[in-house]
Design a protein around this ligand. Structure first.
Ligand SMILES: NC(=O)c1ccc[n+]([C@@H]2O[C@H](COP(=O)([O-])OP(=O)(O)OC[C@H]3O[C@@H](n4cnc5c(N)ncnc54)[C@H](O)[C@@H]3O)[C@@H](O)[C@H]2O)c1
Length: 355
């Protein structure tokens, strides 16, 4: 009986965001490596990637909760990210926009392996994707970076960009509110002390003109970034929804996506251009994997303006989450929690059931 009881226990590891950070899993280089592996395996058809499920609660504000599954067949891991996006949160409650939880299960007996914070992983995935693209598509000698938006994705993007372009020296940031720009700077100055930070006092143009790398990461749905502000040879990572005028797309020498087939059905600026007939499939130069594996060239000269748009791929999140989980457990972190100790009818249920 005792053996049978322990055999039917279902236990998993729980990892909070704080535990992941203490374990050293806030590691952009590790995330970039896990992302590369995920992209390669997807191209090799070693990943299951079903459609995500979206539930929108407010069309105007786009408050939503999404369910994003993927399976890493080689690793025998099936995972899901359950992520909320509530753009009004910062103004309405003074709290963050996104929150996420990730569940990893094995596909040997199907039991859960880990339940972990997904916000850190999710934000790292966005930054790792932008950084991977910058590594291939930004000028090697890039020294300055300009941000429109000073929120969580913008902050993480700066860490990602610094991982692949350590020569970045100047960071200009413009947002809707000046205090957000100061919050961005005070948080990141401690982490990147050799960077010169410039708060642009909500003047978006000031952040962009003369920047070698441009990032828009806003919750706006408006053409904030203007084509006239963009320097020759710049690399642009577009993170949010509709954030730039169509002319920015039209002036790009190369448009690269995380996955064009996914991007084109969304509401990003390039997706809108596609739906409005401004661009077609032939205007998309490559998916990032084709540049990583050498099927397509990355940057070919110092003058190209290269536009990168990622909307997020669940298998990228699950690949990174699994590497974070393994790293944390190897470092001795994580609490084991029991979902059940025995099967339902192996318990002493007398007097505990209502029927
Ligand atoms: N591409 C992806 O894979 C991916 C993943 C996660 C989030 N996102 C998107 O990234 C965006 C940013 O997310 P976040 O978590 O950083 O949100 P956040 O709320 O932390 O930050 C949003 C920022 O946008 C700024 N902003 C809003 N309207 C503006 C305007 N009119 N002018 C200038 N700045 C403006 C805000 O002031 C704030 O600094 C959201 O649209 C989110 O949906 C994309």
């Amino acid at each position: 009986m005792k053996n049978n009881m322990s055999k039917n226990a279902i236990k998993f590891t729980y990892l909070s965001q704080e535990e992941l950070i203490e374990a050293g899993a806030f590691n952009l280089k590790m995330a970039i490596e896990a992302l590369h592996q995920g992209l390669v395996k997807f191209k090799d058809e070693q990943i299951l990637f079903p459609e995500k499920i979206v539930q929108i609660f407010n069309e105007e504000t786009q408050e939503r909760i999404n369910c994003l599954p993927a399976t890493l067949l080689d690793e025998k891991i099936c995972g899901v990210k359950w992520v909320s996006c509530f753009p009004p949160n910062p103004i309405r409650f003074g709290t963050q926009n996104l929150s996420a939880i990730i569940v990893l299960s094995n596909i040997i007996n199907g039991y859960p392996v880990c339940v972990m914070d997904g916000t850190l992983c999710s934000n790292m995935r966005v930054a790792a994707m932008g950084a991977t693209a910058a590594d291939k598509l930004a000028r090697e000698d890039a020294e300055s970076i300009g941000f429109i938006g000073a929120g969580e994705q913008a902050k993480m993007h700066l860490i990602g960009m610094k991982a692949v372009r350590p020569g970045l020296k100047v960071c200009r940031v413009a947002s809707k509110y000046a205090e957000e720009e100061h919050g961005f700077i005070s948080g990141l100055q401690r982490i990147i002390p050799d960077m010169e930070f410039v708060a642009c006092d909500t003047v978006l143009e000031k952040a962009i003109r003369d920047s070698d790398i441009i990032v828009t990461a806003t919750s706006a749905q408006a053409p904030l970034l203007k084509a006239d502000w963009i320097k020759k040879g710049a690399f642009y990572s577009h993170v949010g929804g509709w954030e730039d005028e169509y002319k920015v797309v039209q002036m790009a020498d190369k448009i690269v996506c995380d996955d064009w087939n996914t991007v084109k059905h969304r509401t990003q600026t390039v997706s809108r251009c596609y739906k409005d007939g401004i661009i077609n499939d032939s205007n998309i130069y490559a998916n990032i994997i084709d540049i990583i594996d050498g099927t397509k060239m990355g940057r070919e000269n110092d003058d190209e303006f290269i536009y990168f748009n990622a909307v997020g791929l669940a298998y990228a999140d699950i690949s990174i989450a699994y590497s974070m989980y393994r790293h944390a457990v190897n470092q001795g972190f994580g609490r084991e929690l029991a979902l059940q100790e025995t099967m339902i009818f192996d318990k002493n249920l007398a007097g505990k059931i209502v029927f």
